[in-house]
Design a protein around this ligand. Sequence first.
Ligand SMILES: *Cc1c(COP(=O)(O)O)cnc(C)c1O
Ligand SMILES: [Zn+2]
Length: 401
Amino acid sequence: MNHIALPPLTRLHALHCANCSTVYSPFELQGVSACCQQPLVADYKLRRPLSREEGINLADHSMWRYGALLPLLDEANKVTLGEGFTPLLALPRLAARYDLSALLLKDEGQNPTGSFKARGLSMAISKAKELGVEGCIIPTAGNAGVAMAAYCARGGLSATVVMPRHTPEAFKEECYWYGASVELVDGLINDCAARVRQLNAKGELLDISTLKEPYRLEGKKTMGYELAEQLGWELPDVLLYPAGGGTGLIGIWKAFQEMQALGWLAPDAKLPRMVAVQAENCCPLLETYLGHQPNCLSYNGRPTLANGLAVPRPLGEALMLQVLQESCGTVVAISEEEMLAGMRELGRHEGLFVAPEGAAVWMAARRLLAQGWLHPSERILLLNTGSAQKYLSNVAGRAWE
Ligand SMILES: *Cc1c(COP(=O)(O)O)cnc(C)c1O
Ligand SMILES: [Zn+2]
């Protein structure tokens, strides 16, 4: 093994199996855990207490300002397009309309490649490069594939993207411009995953599927650090997130727990209730949460405008349910018509052109307010995960209904 210079204060210490905690080396290429075929989660060791001032590089206006808490060992391997550090916007006009005290939206649509997938893929491709990988493959509902294609191009790695044939053309086209090879499959992301296993039977490419390698999660967790920093270290009461594979939900919660351990949050600080928002057309988490099925393993979803939510059998289901339980959160499923209504409302009243996933999150907040689960006096944070630009072919002409 090569000796690589470690950052001065923190170090990536180990990876552990999310199911049974068996420990694996972070200095070798890893996929899912060999013991349980479950996600591996990164652990860090601090050499001494780390203050916020030491832990954050204020001069860096990207997610890499939290590099001290990220798994990259050598800066030279960083593959970046300036992802992260996205705006946290107040939504005063919508707040007034619904009589809310504090309504905020973190706009991840402003990331490179137009979605928050940029964070995870910047991190994963950087680590792939660090570990000597030359080519990557991914099954995707759209945005993750585009982001992987971009970061592979940027890092000098080859990219193979496998996506559903029905994905809007803009997602495929952007992959072509990044020089990726694109394979189209009839079905949803789980069918794409089966095709990935065929294409990569010899294991020559690194499989970057959600939670099948440990580092996309580390990139996504930076949203949690950013939220805390942008809010002056006082977290909102409720955070609504559009959950597909769940890396964002799990990653943000991991960040909150890391910040508690670091002492960056007040010791008595209450963490937000976490809400997973799904599409009615594909809501495996809701079905399991309600006890309608033991788990998602035989769930079949249908396509949805919110293609990021078209994940019928997420590997991270147990981890997502754990976040909901620990945070006293809940799950909500939103219809296609509601997503369009949410896009219209955010567009007309706040000038935001959000992806259907982000619109679903706003409609979920409205529903929870109507049900009394959310109170108008609570601080509500909506996570908009993407821009609507690449979804245009599916929503064009529907601004006036
Ligand atoms: C992928 C995606 C999601 C879901 O993210 P997960 O981390 O898989 O839960 C939500 N919104 C958009 C726009 C996406 O691309
Ligand atoms: Zn295990």
